[in-house]
Design a protein around this ligand. Structure first.
Ligand code: FAD
Length: 499
């Protein structure tokens, strides 16, 4: 009897349908389930709902007669409809909830995970006995084990990490980085059908979304994802490194790869991405700082985040070391960029509203930093990022938001909170120029919400942060602020309104 193999909506590439390494047999029938409950439970960005549904339906069209594609209220119902109680295999899902669900079904056999370079058991062995789990140490081992950017037993160019060369501010006076445009797909009949369905669901009041669903910007099938990777490596990778941390108001994508949604849908594998970048370096087509920077994002950060999701356990989700409990204000939840005057926040929120994506530094140093400074509940912030970003999934959101961005894990992932005053944003972006607030003002009409917010945050957590070796100097700086009482009163009055 041929078995049936179930593909989740983020298992859409060829790696999830190959017998290699314990996968399903080549003649396995396939089942895919579109669960309406997933969209009912949470208010997703509409562009994200569009992308996921479009990608699932594109995959189903590719698989043709081999797939049973079910539209059902829940996964349980869909599976019953498709196969009854017959045996089914599925690759290890990417969320704890989905894993618990498939494990609870007697007729479902869970196969190893796909889409990552390092096995969870190998990470557990690496982590055992270490006092600290730092990305850099993990990343070097991944480089060695996978022979990535290695030369004569050491790192190519003699240095593991070229990050110091990748923190340049944006080029002075330039509105854009001047990189070639990123790959953009062309919509087809599948997208039209998805858009009609989403309109109908909204009309019927069955679901509601945030954000705009303009033309689809991210790949929905393997062919598009491969084209996006090719275009990035050929035309954009060389410029990836130097300004990786910079932000330009009129150049939202700069030299970033925009590959996260394709990787997280399973349309691309991490190995092919880093190998393509490595080949460009070997061929002299891209400099080492750019290639190493990109390889570190995928073979370092992405792998590390995936591993921490499983390693830290279920309780990690509710970590709240700083005891932040404030609810998200409506303007934020609704992505109401037009209500915001602070140019950095308005620019980034607008990009999220219109595309469901913004690059790493706006996520961390604008959106995440603002939420942290305001003391918003880290679980609500995590949920917001998950719903509003085209590449957001439970596994990638928890470590990135709870750990890296909100410091809610008390430093298990990072050595200090990522937040700053306006001076950092002013140095690393062109956002401050026409802003009604001034980065060097902390009190008064022109007080920058990030500068005032930073000191307010340090003051609230003076005790805990004063004991952190990397923060204690900044905390001592509070003692030199003669206007601290006025600043605290100003921030109390400012509350959670849009700055
Ligand atoms: P590039 O800058 O081109 O980097 C290349 C690739 O590296 C990315 O495509 C991504 O796959 C990987 N990568 C880099 N950093 C990380 C990281 N910290 N975690 C995981 N992968 C990483 N990434 C997501 O994929 N999904 C998310 O939901 C997500 N949420 C984030 C939330 C916050 C608060 C922060 C600070 C970061 C988040 N990231 C997330 C990480 C990172 O910001 C995005 O992966 C990246 O901005 C996606 O754009 P890109 O593909 O152009 O990335």
């Amino acid at each position: 009897m041929t078995t049936t193999h179930w593909l989740f909506g983020d298992q859409l590439g060829p790696a999830f349908l190959t017998p290699d390494g314990g996968g399903p047999s080549r003649d396995a029938r396939v089942v895919m389930i579109e669960s309406r409950a997933v969209f009912r439970r949470r208010r997703f960005h509409r562009a994200k709902a569009h992308l996921v549904l479009s990608a699932m339906r594109h995959r189903a069209a590719e698989l043709g007669d081999r797939v049973t594609y079910v539209r059902a209220e829940t996964y349980r119902e869909g599976l019953r409809q498709a196969v009854g109680e017959e045996p089914v295999t599925v690759h290890h899902p990417t969320s704890r909830a989905a894993l618990a669900f498939v494990r609870s079904l007697e007729h479902v056999t869970v196969l190893p995970p796909r889409g990552f370079l390092v096995a969870t058991e190998d990470f557990a062995a690496w982590a055992r006995g270490r006092r600290e789990l730092r990305m850099e140490a993990f990343y070097r081992d991944v480089r060695r084990d996978h022979d990535l950017l290695m030369e004569g037993g050491g790192p190519a160019g003699g240095t593991w990490n070229l990050d110091h060369g990748n923190r340049e501010p944006p080029p002075r006076g330039a509105a854009t980085l001047g990189a070639d445009a990123p790959y953009r797909p062309r919509e087809d009949a599948v997208d039209e059908e998805v858009r009609r369905d989403l309109d109908r669901w909204e009309r019927e009041g069955a679901v509601s979304f945030v954000g705009r669903d303009g033309p689809r910007l991210f790949p929905a099938d393997r062919r598009e994802a491969r084209a996006a990777l090719r275009r990035f490596v050929r035309h954009r990778l060389a410029g990836f490194g130097a300004h990786e941390d910079a932000i330009l108001a009129d150049d939202g994508t700069m030299s970033h790869s925009l590959l996260s949604s394709s990787l997280n849908l399973g349309l691309l594998g991490p190995a092919e991405c880093v190998e393509a970048a490595q080949a460009a370096y070997r061929a002299g087509e891209a400099p080492l700082n750019s290639v190493e920077g990109f390889v570190r994002q995928i073979a370092g950060w992405r792998e590390y985040v995936w591993q921490l999701y499983w390693y830290f356990g279920e309780d990690y989700r509710t970590s709240n070391a700083l005891r932040h409990t404030a609810a998200l204000p409506d303007w934020w939840s609704e992505l109401d960029a037009d209500a915001v005057s602070a140019r950095c926040l308005a620019t980034v929120l607008r990009q999220v509203r219109d595309t469901g994506w913004t690059h790493h530094v706006p996520r961390l140093m604008v959106l995440g930093s603002h939420a942290l400074q305001r003391g918003w509940d880290p679980a609500a912030v995590t949920d917001w990022f998950h719903r509003c970003f085209v590449d957001g999934y439970d596994w990638v959101m928890l470590p990135n938001v709870v750990g890296m961005s909100q410091y809610a894990d008390g430093g298990r992932m990072t050595t200090k909170p990522y937040t700053s005053g306006g001076a950092y944003l002013s140095r690393m972006s062109d956002l401050c120029g026409p802003c009604p607030y001034r980065p060097d003002r902390r009190v008064g009409e022109e007080a920058c919400p990030f500068t005032a917010g930073y000191w307010n945050f340090l003051h609230r957590h003076r005790g805990a942060l004063g004991r952190n070796a990397r923060m204690s100097r900044a905390v001592r700086g509070l003692d030199r602020l003669g206007d601290l009482p006025a600043l605290l009163e100003q921030e109390r009055r400012r509350g959670d309104g849009p700055p």
